[in-house]
Ligand binder design. Structure first.
Ligand code: DSN
Length: 479
């Protein structure tokens, strides 16, 4: 999109909003300034294109469209049908999937659609009907036990949280952990790498209905061909949640054994992380699961968001290009450069490095908890998030790790030499941060000392680094 038309579009839309609620127009403008100024290393965030963002701000939002293309519970859905069909077509072609369902509003929603589809395909219908008669928010622990029994006490095997798995892969705070009996597979304590032999053994013993692959904090490629072999051996459905690395699959960086769509029965994703689309979710599956996946709404989803499906279609069209493939490769090159820069400066990294878009730093090597490290970096203008490391002694709240990722900064245009500078900034912050101690000399897990002048100097250097890589350069607000 040309600079004059992008600026005109965003300025005009802000003028219209400002006339009704100026504080909202201001917050939108302020968010752009804040994003421009921050060194964003959050592995799950990115910057969608102006075309993707603008596709969401319109009257498609006004339409109800429960059902699927050509089979709606509301009249007048011709345009929504067009939008949904184009988004699904792009998704099928881009990922080489038999079927795509582009309605999920988030990654959790996409996973729920997949779970119900697998249950519907593989569990006797009467038990499922009993489950459908209840509303999830009204269920007590006793109800959940009854429900699990009615569903045949199904089992799910997913990656453990501290090895980098996700809450929605069968853990109790999420509905997946209430619907299924769960067991986890993890990583080799010596290498930090996924232990496929242990995974096979657990699968043989536990015999899950669903084997879940995918992660939100594992810095390595996963062999999905091997996972499919294990799933087939124990009669499990292989479901891969590629929310974090969908952009690397779309961009043909993860191919062959590492391409989940080529091997799993069903693949779920978000659309806003490495894929760089609007905030939302998506399910890809084989023909055998398609009819069940298409029942996602109204089974477990509220009405589709047609304006977001339009933006998904735009982002997926962008992801089909050679430029996007180049972007995906640069995301990984940058992560590798960042990891190498940190290692050269003495950092301890989970698995000793990365071959995807993220790096997990074990900050206990600096005597810090993840919470202290995350806060000290934020004080210094670097935005990250704390994360557990395998066998984390500090639990999921304080943690011992900081997860960093390169999708957003790569979109801004930063490259491997800037990654080395960022490694230097991160190291400076860690080496100048110490846990605060209480009166008895016990080190805090939350509070810390960091010289304000060091934090200010790093923040200034971070801002200086970003100045060469303007965010949304085609947009000048107020211009
Ligand atoms: N919130 C996402 C992440 O940061 O990885 C996953 O849910």
């Amino acid at each position: 999109m040309s600079a004059p038309s992008a600026s005109a579009a965003f300025n005009a839309s802000l003028d219209v909003v400002r006339a009704v609620e100026p504080r909202i127009a201001q917050a939108i403008a302020d968010e752009l300034s804040a994003q421009r100024e921050s060194l964003k290393l959050i592995a799950s965030e990115n910057y969608a294109s102006p075309a993707t963002l603008l596709a969401m701000g319109n009257w498609l939002s006004d339409k109800y469209a429960e059902g699927t293309v050509g089979r709606r519970f509301y009249a007048g859905c011709q345009q929504v049908d067009t939008v949904e069909a184009i988004a699904a077509e792009h998704a099928r072609e881009l990922f080489g999937a038999d079927h795509a369902y582009v309605q999920p509003h988030s990654g959790i929603d996409a996973n729920l659609v997949a779970f119900w589809a697998i249950l519907a395909q593989r569990v006797e219908a009467p038990a499922l009907a009993a489950a459908q008669a209840r509303h999830v928010n009204d269920l007590t622990e006793q109800d959940w036990e009854t429900l699990r029994r009615e569903l045949g006490n199904q089992r799910m095997l997913g990656m453990s949280l501290d090895a980098g798995g996700h809450l929605t892969h069968g853990f109790r705070p999420n509905i997946s952990g209430k619907m299924f009996h769960q067991r986890s597979y993890g990583t080799d304590p010596a290498t930090g790498l996924l232990d496929y032999d242990a995974l096979r053994e657990t699968a043989r013993e536990f015999r899950p209905l669903i084997l879940v692959g995918g992660y939100s904090a594992y810095p390595r490629r996963v062999n999905f061909a091997l996972m499919r072999e294990i799933a087939d051996e124990v009669g499990a459905t292989l479901m891969v949640d590629m929310a974090h690395f969908a952009g690397l699959v779309a961009g043909k960086v993860l191919t062959g054994d590492f391409d989940p769509v080529a091997h799993a029965h069903v693949v779920t994703t978000t659309t806003h992380k490495t894929l760089r689309g609007p905030r939302g979710g998506m399910v890809l599956c084989t023909d055998e699961l398609a009819e069940h996946v298409d029942r996602g709404c109204p089974m477990v989803l509220g009405g589709p968001l047609p304006h977001v499906m339009a933006a998904k279609a735009v982002a997926l069209a962008e992801a089909r290009t050679a430029e996007f493939q180049d972007y995906a490769q640069r995301v990984v090159d940058n992560a590798v450069a960042l990891a190498e820069g940190l290692l050269r400066r003495g950092a301890r990294l989970v698995t000793g490095g990365t071959d995807n878009h993220l790096v997990l730093i074990d900050v206990s090597a600096h005597g810090l908890t993840g919470r202290q490290a995350e806060s000290a970096l934020l004080d210094s203008g670097i935005v990250t998030n704390r994360n557990s490391v395998p066998q984390d002694p500090n639990g999921a709240w304080y943690t011992s790790g900081v997860r960093i990722g390169t999708p957003a900064l790569t979109t801004r245009g930063l490259g491997v030499s800037e990654m080395d500078e960022i490694a230097e900034l991160i190291t400076t912050v860690f080496t100048h941060t110490t846990p605060r101690s209480d009166a008895a000399g016990k080190a805090s897990k939350a509070t810390y000392e960091l010289d304000a002048s060091v934090a200010a100097k790093v923040a200034e250097q971070a801002t200086g680094l970003l100045a060469g890589f303007p965010l949304y350069p085609e947009v000048t607000l107020g211009g």
